[in-house]
Design a protein around this ligand. Sequence first.
Ligand code: SF4
Length: 485
Amino acid sequence: MSRLRAAAARGLRRRGSGSAAPAGEGSRKGASLREGAPARPHALHLFGDPVEIDALRGRLLTWYDKSRRDLPWRALAAVEPDADRRAYAVWVSEIMLQQTQVATVIDYYNRWMQKWPTLQALAAASLEVVLELAGHMPRTAEDLQRLLPGVGRYTAGAIASISFGQATGVVDGNVIRVLCRLRCIGADTSSLAVIDCLWNMANTLVDRSRPGDFNQALMELGATVCTPKSPLCGECPVKEHCHAWRRVEKDLASASQKLFGKTTLVPDVEDCGTGDCLLCLPAAELWDSSLGVTNFPRKAAKKQPRVERTATCVLERRGHRGAPEYLIVQRPSSGLLAGLWEFPSFPLALGLQEEQQKEVLADHLQAWTRQPVQTESLCFVGEVVHIFSHIHQTYVVYSLCLDGDVVLDTASSPSRWVTEEEFRASAVSTAMKKVLKARETQRGVQNGRAKASKRKRESKLGAAGSAPTGIQLSLRAFLRAQSAP
Ligand code: SF4
């Protein structure tokens, strides 16, 4: 629960969510086709016929009414008369669904809604933005995106269409797959041309009288029928509108014609023939018959993650009954890991030697704690690697034990001392949990060494037959001492 709760709370706190977000979530608003591109894509890639659009809407909604899964947020959205509560429930479910699968989300969602059934209940758990909005959800996709932290284009569209009946489309991973197959879009789905095209298509297709159901139906179709690897085209309610499916049918028809010696050519449907189309399959990766409809969509080009190094210091002091306490600081309210707590961390330039890294860290800590920090007092713990979706981050971890409290620079971020238990209950990232684990492992090794060296000392003393007052000899050492001449 804690990982999802942190993620959901972060989502509810943050403006402009980033990683793994559905298309358009955090993407540039109003992005347009690349310079020099045709103003309007070829008809093959569009829904331009109103009669066809009506037919597709009807088929999809009829299928959805019959086949939809019973999900708690859908049930609530259908019967809850209070628009704020409806929108809140959809918001919570959407944030959670961005983290994991439907089956996993159900339990988390139910527990969350039991604990914080309304926006007001959540506001009481200290969400400033909710207080600012006086507990009322904005009513349109535009306002939702503008006013709520962590709400991007997709989440705003989902809340507005499902909770408030706004006729606005949504584009998530499932919708991308369905639309790309329906209209043979084979270009990189992360390109602006494709993202624009898909959002326009979603807005064109969305049913005006049942927008929330239509959007959920499209997503449901992608999740249960038009799946990534094994689509069930035979059961698909919209196959009559699907160019990818028609292309497969055409291949089968051609194969059977060849078998019977006929040569009638069926026109291609997968290539719009414009030559430099920004939406077709790339010229170097044309239609592969063995893939069938899964020719679409093609995988987005993977960007290499950025390499970063960060110096992190586990600052410790002895707390109650000698148990260690750690100083943690809060990250800024926007950007990566916004609002989460962490050990004091400072970015490192790439290529620094170990001594230089220590110097950088000591300088930062000195400025921050306003007391001298010697590089020798920094104990190297190890390196902790954490991969974010777009960053390959290496934390170079040091520990530093302090005798008392420190007076921190008031201009710096909020900070507090926590026990290990409090640390684990705090909104900290997985990376910081790894850092603490590394420090605990180091402490275990240090304690083990200390005990071993103590045993060695005692054993030496025992062998010499004398022991200072207060030191307990082992039984063997005692007997040896007594029997010595
Ligand atoms: Fe997807 Fe097949 Fe339906 Fe086309 S016909 S939308 S590929 S399931």
